[in-house]
Ligand binder design. Structure first.
Ligand SMILES: [Zn+2]
Ligand SMILES: [Zn+2]
Length: 371
């Protein structure tokens, strides 16, 4: 009898895993804020307790520091060799807090001051800010993405080794997890989000029905969903996406997602604008990491009720460094990036002590097991 090929084994195994462990959910979508029932608006969220740590500094012991260390470890600020998840504020925690502060343009005190904690509790992308100690926020070039003609301050970043979709794939297909049964309105939000990236690059995006064969696989999932990056309920982490050419793009099915894109600030704490998060995660799907430019799409946090869907020059410079420009793109990288604060005085960060995690494309790891 003919032995099954490695390819056959891999495809079968992948299908088996998808069947066993998709943990699909039907996510919550609302056309506007007033449609969110009060029962779905939590009084507090997973990270609110961090606010009790205000004033905490090196040498102190305080209940809750253990959880904060896990938070900083999750986003790459404490490397994998770190194991002291006690409530002691040690040297490594101080260094991690300083790096966090630099990344988010805060004063690098190393203390858990109020501005730092008020930022730590914001809802955010689940991808790491510090990856393997090399590719991270604030690692951008000081002179405009390598073009010294422009005196801009670029802070975009890439995944390690700068993975991108191959040049042969100028059209990328995307599909939605069938179990989510998304409406046309929700799918349209993603269509608009993809359009923003195709306007500035030669890439085009096309929705297809065949989830298994699509380049980009979009799913609303909840809690532990089989990729080692569990979601955490309302707010906290909102979504995450894998580096190219993996294509997995996951959103937390427990968020209250707003799809009309037309709401005022001062919304209920749990409301999250779907298009804003989709534009950000597509940046990851294409190979961009996080940026410390607050006005950039690739900035990791977003306030609840905030809408941010337009690419900033920092985002455009980053994605065009990977793929080049759309021949029809008339925009130019302006001398003053939109919404950017010049943080050049506080932007140099030493990551020698830091190593992070990255979202490992497990399907590739599986493939390696067989080859
Ligand atoms: Zn992100
Ligand atoms: Zn996931």
């Amino acid at each position: 009898m003919k032995k099954p090929s490695l390819r056959t084994i891999f495809i079968s195994l992948s299908l088996l895993i998808i069947l066993i462990n998709p943990n699909p959910v039907t996510a919550h979508f609302f056309p506007n804020i007033s449609a969110i029932p009060s029962s779905l608006i939590p009084k507090s969220t997973i990270w609110d307790a961090f606010n009790n740590l205000v004033g905490c500094r090196k040498g102190q012991k305080s209940e809750g520091l253990s959880k904060l260390k896990k938070y900083l470890h999750y986003f790459g600020y404490l490397n994998n060799s770190y194991s002291d998840f006690s409530d002691d504020f040690d040297d490594r925690l101080e260094a991690a807090v300083k790096t966090y502060q630099l990344n988010f343009n805060l004063k690098a005190t190393g203390e858990l001051d109020a501005p730092t904690l008020s930022h730590i509790v914001l809802p955010r992308c689940g991808n790491s800010d510090v990856v393997n100690g090399t590719s991270t926020m604030n690692s951008g070039k000081p002179n405009g993405g390598g073009n010294s003609t422009f005196h801009t301050v670029a802070h975009y970043s890439f995944f390690p080794n700068r993975p991108r979709w191959p040049p042969s794939k100028s059209e990328l297909t995307y599909a939605f997890l069938p179990e989510n049964e998304l409406s046309g309105a929700v799918r349209g939000v993603f269509g608009r989000a993809f359009e923003r990236w195709s306007e500035v690059t030669p890439l085009t995006f096309r929705e297809v029905a065949a989830f298994g064969r699509a380049d980009i696989k979009i799913g609303f999932l909840s809690r532990d969903h089989g990729d080692g990056e569990p979601f955490d309920g309302v707010l906290g982490t909102l979504a995450h996406a894998f580096s190219p050419p993996n294509g997995r793009f996951h959103l937390d099915g427990e968020e209250n997602w707003l799809i009309d894109g037309n709401f005022l600030n001062g919304s209920p704490r749990s409301a999250v604008d779907l298009e804003s998060v989709a534009v950000h995660e597509i940046g990851h799907v294409l190979g961009l990491g996080h940026s410390s430019v607050e006005g950039a799409i690739m900035y990791p946090t977003i306030s609840s009720g905030q809408r941010k869907v337009e690419l900033a020059n920092d985002d455009i410079m980053g994605v065009q460094e990977l793929y080049g420009s759309n021949p029809n793109y008339n925009g130019s990288v302006s001398l003053t990036p939109r919404g950017e604060r010049d943080t050049s005085g506080a932007s140099r960060v030493e990551f020698s002590l830091l190593a992070g995690r990255m979202l490992l494309p497990w399907s590739l790891l599986l493939l390696r097991l067989f080859v």
